[in-house]
Design a protein around this ligand. Structure first.
Ligand SMILES: N[C@@H](CCC(=O)N[C@@H](CS)C(=O)NCC(=O)O)C(=O)O
Length: 203
């Protein structure tokens, strides 16, 4: 089947990053839901055939099955010349922000959210305190990286904004306070009609 198909789930901030990028780039696509809380073997065979780890997001494009949210964002930006992918400087900025997000915010916040999920596996003693301490460092770095803004890529949102939005929009679910700069940036992001759409892309 041609066109773009994004497999995701409403609880996946990683899938939301890609949904937002697709919308901001104005790319027609369809969304398919995978129940990430169901056993892996029960997920659709068509999905598992293309995503051996059985994880979302997975983007089908031109016969390719693309995984890893950051890699998908870079593919979209460069292939379609959008969200900073259209210039060497924009792409350099995107790469740095995506690596930072994956190592910091994108590691810490999903785990803090998971630690509070009713029915989730308990975390080892001390793990949540360690994650909260790590988040404090992430939040300070967030403010420095955002700088004068208004977006991480300057006047308009780019690939880095999509990546960082995926989980920072759920700081309350992690029982964490945003910095003032983060709260202002989140308000700007959430005011984008594309972000409103991406937030409900999987129901
Ligand atoms: N590093 C991956 C993370 C992918 C990931 O952890 N996906 C989760 C949802 S956020 C998932 O599919 N979980 C179900 C499972 O692992 O079985 C990315 O950036 O795309």
């Amino acid at each position: 089947m041609g066109g773009l198909t994004l497999w995701g789930h409403r609880d996946s901030g990683h899938a939301a990053k890609v949904a937002l990028a697709l919308k901001l780039c104005g790319l027609e696509h369809r969304c398919e839901v995978v129940d990430i809380w169901a056993p892996r073997d029960s997920r659709p065979a068509a999905f598992l055939a293309k995503s051996p780890p059985g994880q979302v997001p997975l983007l089908e494009m031109d016969g390719l099955a693309l995984s890893q949210s950051g890699a998908i964002l870079l593919e979209l930006g460069t292939r379609f010349g959008c969200l900073g992918g259209d210039s060497p400087d924009g792409l350099r900025r995107a790469r740095a922000l995506l690596m930072w997000e994956a190592n910091r915010i994108g590691m810490c916040l999903p785990q803090l959210i998971e630690a509070r999920r009713p029915g989730g596996d308990p975390f080892p003693e001390g793990a949540v305190d360690w994650l909260r301490g790590r988040y404090a460092a992430d939040a300070a770095q967030f403010d420095v990286l955002l700088g004068e803004g208004p977006f991480f890529h300057g006047a308009a949102p780019g690939l880095g904004d999509c990546a960082i939005w995926g989980y920072t929009r759920w700081v309350a679910k992690a029982d964490i306070a945003p910095t003032a700069a983060m709260a202002d940036w989140l308000a700007r992001m959430d005011a984008l009609p594309e972000a409103e759409d991406a937030a409900v892309a999987f129901g």
